[in-house]
Ligand binder design. Sequence first.
Ligand code: MG
Length: 159
Amino acid sequence: MRIGNGFDVHAFEAGDHVTLGGVRIPFDKGFRAHSDGDVLLHAITDALLGAAGLGDIGRHFPDTDAAYADIDSRVLLRDVVVRLSDKGLSCISVDATVIAERPKLGIHIDNMVQRIAADLGMPLDRVNVKATTSETLGFCGREEGIAAMASVLLEETQD
Ligand code: MG
C-alpha cells in the first residue's frame, strides 16, 4: 500500500463557469489558470503522483508548455493513471475535499464522482468527494478562489 496527498488552489478571474471534478459548473467567475484550472482533479492527480513517488503535477505537465494551455484536466489525470499502471500501481481509494464559499457544489458531487471513478477505472463507492466552505474566512471565504485537497491509496497490482 502507498498513500498520497495533494493540494491545489486556483484564483478566480472574470468568467462564466468553473470546472471541478471534470464538471462544468455555471458561475459568475472563472479560474485563472494555464489549464482548465480544475483544482479538484489537480489535487487528486498530485496525490496519485505523490503516492507513486513520481514527483508532482508541475514536473509532468509544466505550465510553461503550450501543449497544456487550457487542457482538460481529465486528460492529465488519465495520463497519470497510465504512468501508475506502468509502475504496477493501481488506485483503490480516493477521498477529496473542495473548499469553496460559492458556487454551491452539492448537486454536482455525484457527477464529479462518476467522472473521477471513470478516469481512474474505479468503482463509484471507492471515490468520495466532499465540499465545504471556510465560513467566510481566508481567501476561499472571501471568494477569491477555490482550494481542494485529496488523499489516495495505491496498491501494487499482482503479477
Ligand atoms: Mg492547479
